[in-house]
Design a binder for this molecule. Structure first.
Ligand code: ADP
Ligand code: MG
Length: 632
């Protein structure tokens, strides 16, 4: 029996629509591109429920007459080409005659449009499967197109739409990209009838950046151009060495005036900032690349979001060099202006890089080269290679040695040492005669370089990194014993102002912060307010933690819910611990040092900080004696 049936055009079109429309942002893109093609100088975008309920684009372009207003929703209806050979050469956007037909197949449409010299405009309503309803209206020149109830007739697709926050964010990124790409167009963005961006036309890209990026970025933006000796031209606005984000969402690429995504371009751009901004931080930039049309393929992606270059390495090289040179030039200007430049702390870099090793008269790090563990701490003995030490794999599971005494975090002392004192009070054994383990007595010699505790033991000299050790103590407390952590009501609530994008990203996850004692809520459309904090963070600004969290969320959206929660919790706990811990450079009293050691002794995973750095090293007596030739 014959099994093949011809699908009705209505069903077939719903399926075809999937090629063009996967999410609301795709529709926004197609419609904005149509408005640009229509010569609009003003484009307003109205969104409701992240586009699921409404996407409305109003432009002042050339508009359509009554005939075009009817047929523009037919398949293959386009005013932009008549032959397929023209595809290569046209500069207009989008699918050729596919977009409106696809959008109209999976939503309800209202179109109001008028050409400049017409006395009246046309009003069209369209419901998939039904004939269009037409009437004349009085309206402005241009086109006002509303797309309502996306996927109302394709529930299977509707189910795959992401959360309102994710879809809205995709629209915002797209909006920003168009703003960068077309500074001469006045763009505005509204959500739930509230204007969130207003970007009047400008001929200055830096002004454009100011309109859409967080205001603090502006002073850190540099306008730059690639050298003029190749057929690749790059014009860009990029951030300087002092500004960065915690995710890649501030990086936009345009190739021959199209917003594109290309991982390799992203990596080349970020590489240009190597050693200039800390690792795990990302610059911002709007980078417009122009290459000859025959050296780039924009058709590899159905929605034309990705590009393939004929010579990708060359493009990446020009980009990376442009960034490096721009930053160097910018840095030397800063230095000439006697701006003191401190190299950003790349927290976990070896302090001696292999490059300048021979300029270091005495390689202290090499002196402490890694050796097998002894007493569970890395020991320092002679190493065949003088390279900087690799931290030992101290993340290996360690026996949990938490005792049952509650750590008294319910004090409200501000000073970290007092606080540390309080944290450890109840865990210091009465008979705390400097014992790090039952068998091995120790003597605390003191603090070296306001960073390391020096401890004399029978079998050698211990160095404990005060920050790493305290970080581990606090991390274990935050991760496992949070009920023991006291919070404190702030006398003056902290307000944190974020960009629209950051607010949208973090708001759905505020309960993670709340679960960690950070009582936070949204107040105003781009502000958060913190009312209370864990007592250890009392004197800390938590803006940095919040901004970092935006980055973690953005970078981990692909994880499943359980993994996502685990990752964000870990990062938050580690970051809170890092903020609240004593720092390198803090002078510690003898008493505080003793307490730090006693608490560390009882802490699980105590041989590394939550970021994987070792908390301590042992320089064995054996080794010391060998160095002094007392032993062979
Ligand atoms: P394409 O853009 O590839 O031609 P579309 O389906 O996106 O295909 O649009 C069909 C046609 O409708 C366009 O070619 C254009 O003539 C007309 N059109 C669509 N949007 C607008 C607009 N905002 N202003 C004027 N004309 C428009
Ligand atoms: Mg189009």
């Amino acid at each position: 029996m014959a099994k093949i049936k011809q699908l009705s055009p209505y069903e077939a079109q719903k399926i075809a629509a999937g090629e063009v429309v996967e999410r609301p942002a795709n529709i926004v893109k197609e419609l904005i591109e149509n408005s640009i093609d229509a010569g609009a100088t003003r484009i307003s975008i109205y969104i409701e429920d992240a586009g699921k309920k409404l996407i409305r684009i109003v432009d002042n372009g050339c508009g359509m007459d009554i005939t075009d207003a009817q047929i523009c929703f037919d398949r293959h209806a386009t005013s932009k080409i008549t032959h397929v050979d023209e595809l290569e050469s046209i500069n207009s956007f989008g699918f050729r005659g596919e977009a409106l037909a696809s959008i109209a197949a999976i939503s309800q449409i209202t179109l109001i449009t008028k050409e400049e010299h017409s006395l009246e405009g046309t009003h069209v309503t369209l419901n998939p499967g039904y004939d269009a309803q037409l009437k004349s209206v009085a309206c402005n020149t241009g086109t006002d197109l509303s797309v309502s109830n996306l996927f109302f007739n394709v529930p299977a697709r509707k189910k795959f739409l992401k959360t309102v926050q994710t879809e809205w964010r995709a629209i915002q990124l797209l909006f920003n990209a168009f703003c960068f790409d077309y500074p001469h167009i006045h763009f505005s963005l509204f959500t739930e009838n509230k204007q969130v961006n207003n970007c009047p036309a400008t001929d200055n890209l830096k002004n454009r950046a100011l309109q859409i990026l967080e205001p603090t970025s502006f002073q850190h933006l540099i306008k730059t151009t690639s050298p003029e000796n190749s057929n690749i031209t790059i014009n860009a606005i990029i951030s300087d060495h002092q500004h960065y984000r915690y995710d890649r969402s501030g990086i936009y690429f345009f190739v021959n005036k199209r917003w594109v995504k290309n991982q390799h371009l992203g990596s080349a751009f970020i590489k240009g900032y190597a050693n200039v901004i800390p690792s795990g931080r990302y610059p911002i930039g709007a980078i417009s690349i122009t290459v000859p049309a025959n050296e780039v393929d924009i058709n590899i992606h159905p929605r034309k979001e990705e590009v393939k270059f004929l010579h990708p390495k060359k493009v990446e090289q020009v980009l990376q060099e442009m960034v490096t040179q721009t930053l160097e030039r910018n840095l030397s200007t800063h230095i000439n202006k006697e701006v003191t430049l401190t190299r950003p702390a790349s927290q976990f870099e070896p302090s001696v890089s292999p490059k300048n090793e021979h300029f270091v008269p005495f390689n202290f790090d090499a002196f402490f080269a890694q050796q097998p563990l002894k007493n569970n701490f890395p020991t320092a003995t002679s190493s065949p290679s003088p390279s900087a030490p690799t931290p030992v794999p101290t993340n290996a599971p360690q026996p949990a040695v938490l005792n049952d005494d509650p750590l008294p975090f319910n004090n409200t002392q501000t000073d970290k040492q007092q606080s540390l004192h309080a944290q450890t009070q109840s865990t210091v054994t009465k008979n705390s005669t400097h014992v790090i383990s039952e068998k091995q007595p120790y003597h605390l010699i003191g603090q070296y370089n306001k960073t390391y505790l020096l401890i004399e033991k029978e079998d050698g000299l211990f160095l404990i990194d005060q920050h790493a050790a305290h970080e581990r103590i606090l991390y274990e407390l935050f991760a496992n014993r949070f009920a023991d952590v006291a919070t404190i009501q702030l006398m003056f609530p902290q307000t944190i102002t974020l960009s629209e994008h950051d607010i949208t990203t973090i708001t759905p996850h505020l309960e993670i912060l709340i679960a960690h004692g950070i009582n936070i809520e949204q107040c105003g459309y781009n502000q958060l307010m913190v009312q209370s904090l864990p007592v250890h963070l009392k004197d800390q600004s938590i803006t940095e933690i919040i901004k970092e969290m935006v980055g973690w969320i953005t970078e981990n959206t692909l994880l499943d819910t359980a993994e996502f929660k685990k990752t964000i919790n870990h990062k938050l706990q580690a970051q809170m611990a890092c903020k609240a811990a004593v720092k390198a450079g803090d002078t510690l009293t003898q008493e505080t040092m003793q307490e730090l050691l006693s608490t560390l002794e009882k802490t699980a995973n105590r041989f590394s900080c939550p970021h994987g750095r070792p908390t301590g090293w042992l320089l064995s007596l054996n080794e010391i004696e060998k160095k002094f030739k007392r032993q062979i």
